[in-house]
Design a protein around this ligand. Sequence first.
Ligand SMILES: [Mg+2]
Length: 161
Amino acid sequence: MKNHPIAIFDIDGVLANGAHRKYILTPLSFGKIQRGSIENISLFNAYVLAAEKDSIFEDEADLLRMTHNQGLDIILITARPEWSRLMTTHWLARHWVPYTEMYMRESECQWSDVDVKIDIYNKHLRGNGRRIMFAVEDRIQCVKMWRKLGITCLQPRDGDY
Ligand SMILES: [Mg+2]
């Protein structure tokens, strides 16, 4: 994978359609559960586990496959926790998503997705001389983060949450 340009893809909201599991997080949005509490962590874990049943966004998956076919390395960067790697790997295989590398949140890490992704970028991509052609993200905070780093970022749908 040494000298090929890179395309970065987010998973949730870009490749994986998790609309069916959003209800799991509803108690959090009412502010009844504290961030970092056991209830919060349990709900989050349930939310991640339910991703196994996500459908795929076909247009974005086709964009990824075409990009891959053109010889770019596909780097998946997701705030899903590391403990869900096996499940996520199976999901990606089931939906014919080719990729070179997948970086995930460390399992116990409670950082925001933006902080998780900047950390991954700093550890694995920054200053390695590889051209990053574009990133694909749904959530506006992450879109802004990539653009701030000087990376072209495509946003396939509104993600103002
Ligand atoms: Mg996302």
